[in-house]
Every structure is written in C-alpha cells, then in structure tokens.
Write a protein that binds this ligand. Structure first.
Ligand code: ADE
Ligand code: ZN
Length: 338
C-alpha cells in the first residue's frame, strides 16, 4: 500500500531532498562489487555464493559475515577507497549529515591503520562537499572491559574533530554484559564524546534500561523493544532520549514484517524517533527507499518525514552551529515541496 498522504511528486522528491542519518555502520555500507574485488585481490573464495552473501538466518550469522568481509581488507589504502565510496553513496542520497559507527573488532587492521584514513576522508568530504560527518568507534558486546578501554584511550589520544561519539553494538543474546563497560562509557562521556548503544534489538526492555542507567546513553540505536514496557516508553519520552530506528533491518532480524514493527506505537507515545538504514549495502536499501517504505507502511506525510529528519538533527553529535544550519536547510527545502 502507498501512503495516501504522499503525492507522486513528493515521493520522487525524497531522493534529492537533504537528509540526515545517524545509525549507519561503516561495515554494512561496503558494496558487493568492493567485496568481490577485495576477495579476488587476495585469492579468497567468497564465503557463500555471491547471490546468497546477504542471506543470513539471524543477527549472529549477519555479524560473522561482517567479520569475514572486514578481514578481506589489509591496507590503509583500501580503507581510504572504502571511505570514498561511502562518501559517494552519501552524496548520491543527498545525505548532508551522517554519523557512522565502526566496530574495530570486526577488522584485522590495527586502530592506527583503520581509523585515521576514515577520519581524513571525512574531514576532506566535509570541507570539499559541505557534508557533516561523524565517526563513532564502537565496541562489540562480546568484548571485554580492557578492549573498551583500549578503544577509548585511542579516541582520547587521537582526538579529531570528526570523532564524535562512542558506541557499543553487536548481539546481546550472550547477555547485555553492560556492567563491565560502565567505566569506559563514563570516561567517554567525560571526554566530550556522544554516547550511543545498540539496545532493545537483541535485548528486551531490560537492555534499554541498562544502556540508560549504566552507559548513560544520549541516544539509542534501535531501542524498539522498549515498546514491551509502557513505563520505559514514558521514561524515554520524558527524558527525550532519541531512538535511531531501522525498520527494514528490524524486519530482517526481529519482526516478521513492517506491519508488526512498533514504530507507530513509539511515535504515538511521543518518543523521539529517527529513520535509518543500519547496513544499507547488506540489506539492499538506501535512506530514500527506507523513508518511502516507512511512509507507505504507516501512512506518513512529507511533513511527518520532515519531522523525523529534524529529530535526527536534534539527536546528532555534531557542533551546535552545524545543527542550527542543518535544521534551517531541512525546514526550508522540505517545506518547499508541496
Ligand atoms: N552491527 C551492524 N549491524 C548491527 C545490528 N543491527 N545490530 C547489532 N550490531 C550490528
Ligand atoms: Zn546498527
């Protein structure tokens, strides 16, 4: 079904309107052609038939596919090339502000080889194309406190204007294990980094509560299973904690269909939600297609989509003057489409 509130003209304008995305994994943006070229360059057979590469049965199989992809990369030059193709993707979507999660535990490159080339490309794209780009290094749920401290220490000693947040992702099915990361996240917050956590995807409401109380999150990645606890939804609304929601991704890993996804309930309860793609290359989606799909599934208007974009500006970790400029740009350009 298509949204009765979205005209054909508005639907096609979405691709060119300026957009913001806050929940996007560097690893999940690597295009299939790049993966095939990387595998060929080191004579590595594909892990599965190419057409089945993205057919995974659950989050864990998906995460181990990311490990395999990232292990094909062995040089800083390749990281630069991947960063450039990510920037090209963002520009093609007219994404004017993006915050990108990268989890070094997927990679065999050291932090010193992995992170600086991405930061350099982000800085270059900011000045050349005027895109606001933040990198959010992330620890995996399966890791140890020592790994979190090592990543945080790297971030603190290599402070960079595009290094804007600290994150945790991965699967919580082996337990949320949040208590061991309390010290690292406290230090990250004190260092001025924005704090975000994957919770309420492979964990229920208790994972969201742990992210709030133990990690001190500024926002949540997914967070959608908060819908199972009305008291928690009221708390998230009252505290104004944004949820970076990824409907298509959740419909691969969590819910059987868009009909079963709780986005409408979360919005009705007054939670601040943003719309994101999580791992667009692996899910074969992009932010424009996701916005149209969400509008169609939940009968949203262009004005509703504009508000979701403004929510993302509000939740971004970039400097305040950037946020004000982004909000003006989105307000003006989205309102001009009637
Ligand atoms: N890493 C990449 N995508 C993820 C997801 N949806 N959940 C947890 N970790 C991830
Ligand atoms: Zn994610």
């Amino acid at each position: 079904m298509t949204s009765v509130y979205l005209s054909e003209r508005q639907r096609s304008a979405i691709k060119t309107l300026p957009k913001v995305e806050l929940h996007l994994h560097f690893e999940g943006c690597i295009q299939l052609e790049s993966i095939e070229a990387l595998a060929r360059s080191i004579d590595q057979p594909m892990i599965r038939r190419t057409q089945d590469l993205y057919s995974f049965k659950d989050l864990e199989e998906f995460l181990s596919t990311l490990d395999w992809i990232c292990n094909l990369v062995g040089s800083e030059h390749e990281i630069t090339t991947l960063s450039q193709s990510l920037v090209n993707y963002l520009r093609g979507q007219n994404i004017v502000c993006a915050e990108i999660i990268i989890n070094p535990s997927h990679w065999r490159l050291s932090l010193d080889s992995l992170l600086p080339p991405i930061l350099a490309e982000f800085a270059r794209a900011e000045s050349q194309f005027g895109i606001t780009l933040g990198l959010l290094p992330s620890i995996g749920r399966h890791q140890k406190n020592a790994d979190a401290m090592q990543l945080l220490d790297w971030c603190v000693s290599n402070s960079h204007p595009n290094l804007r947040g600290f994150s945790i992702d991965g699967s919580e099915r082996g337990g949320s294990r949040t208590d061991q990361f309390v010290g690292a996240f406290k230090k990250a917050k004190e260092s001025g980094l924005g704090i975000t956590a994957h919770a309420g995807e492979s964990s229920g409401p208790q994972g969201v509560v742990a992210a709030l109380d133990q990690l001190g999150v500024d926002r949540l990645d997914h967070g959608v299973r908060a819908v199972e606890d009305p008291g928690l939804m009221s708390r998230l609304a009252a505290e104004g904690i944004p949820l970076n929601v990824c409907v298509s991704s959740n419909c691969h890993n969590l819910y059987p269909s868009f009909d079963q996804h709780p986005l409408p309930q979360l919005l009705a309860k007054g939670l601040i939600c943003t719309i994101n793609t999580d791992d667009p290359a692996m899910l074969d989606i992009n932010l424009s297609s996701e916005l149209v799909a969400v509008a169609d599934a939940y009968d949203l208007s262009l004005g509703d989509l504009k508000q979701l974009q403004l929510n993302a500006v509000g939740a971004a970790f970039c400097p305040l003057d950037n946020k004000a400029q982004l909000a003006r740009q989105i307000e003006n350009e989205w309102s001009a489409i009637t």
